[in-house]
Design a protein around this ligand. Structure first.
Ligand code: CDP
Length: 198
């Protein structure tokens, strides 16, 4: 069975938490596509060459979750050739047999417009910055400024900008617990699963 759950949304909205939990619950594979862009940014040098030569090993660096790696990711992510180099892998992952959950910025719009379920996970910038601060520590005001700057770059780029697909379900998690947000995501998947699996 091919079944794709596309999760898009701004920085630190909780896409990864929801994506991992959905994948575990339904037995689907999960791909955090932000990690691909983080790894390209972290490699340094020519980003197009870095994207074309990306290996599984590059994804295991332990500094990929930092704010600096997120910033570097969003800078390389504006290059159409970087995005093109990463496209086929993501598309094949999305349509693999057994079901897949992908989270990122352009999954429901560009990578897999035919996804069975599209979620746009968001929250206010303050809430997102606070969550990231809980995760990484540091200066919360600076994290807020970084998150806002990164969102602006992701929304404003001309190739595959961050936006909700027309048929996406928006999940604003500003005032939701992880459990409540997850319950809504699970319900959205169950509503679209073939009957014998739902
Ligand atoms: O975890 P967080 O939401 O902060 O970021 P991420 O999902 O790891 O993505 C890091 C950066 O990679 C984003 O700010 C985007 O610029 C870029 N990205 C993208 O352009 N397209 C994707 N499908 C995923 C990430």
């Amino acid at each position: 069975m091919q079944f794709t759950v596309a999760i898009d949304g701004p920085a630190a909205a909780g896409k990864g938490t929801i994506g991992r939990a959905l994948a575990a619950q339904f037995g689907f594979a999960h791909l955090d596509t932000g990690l691909l862009y983080r790894a390209v940014g972290a490699k340094g040098g020519d980003p197009v060459l870095a994207a074309k030569s990306l290996t599984a090993d590059d994804l295991t660096r332990d500094d990929l979750r930092s704010m600096a790696a997120g910033e570097a990711a969003s800078r390389v992510a504006v290059h159409p050739q970087v995005r093109a180099a990463l496209l086929q892998f993501q598309r094949a992952f999305a349509r693999r047999m057994g079901g897949a959950v992908l989270d990122g910025r352009d999954i429901g719009t560009v990578i897999c417009p035919e996804a069975e379920v599209k979620l746009f996970v968001t929250a206010s910038a303050d809430v997102r910055a606070h969550r990231r601060w809980l995760e990484l520590g540091g200066d919360e005001g600076q994290i807020l400024a970084d998150v806002i700057a990164r969102d602006e770059r992701d929304i404003g780029r001309s190739d595959a900008p961050l936006r909700a697909a027309d048929d996406a379900i928006t999940l604003d998690t500003s005032a939701l617990t992880v459990e409540a947000a997850l319950a809504r995501a699970v319900a959205a998947v169950q509503a679209k699963l073939p009957r014998r699996l739902g």
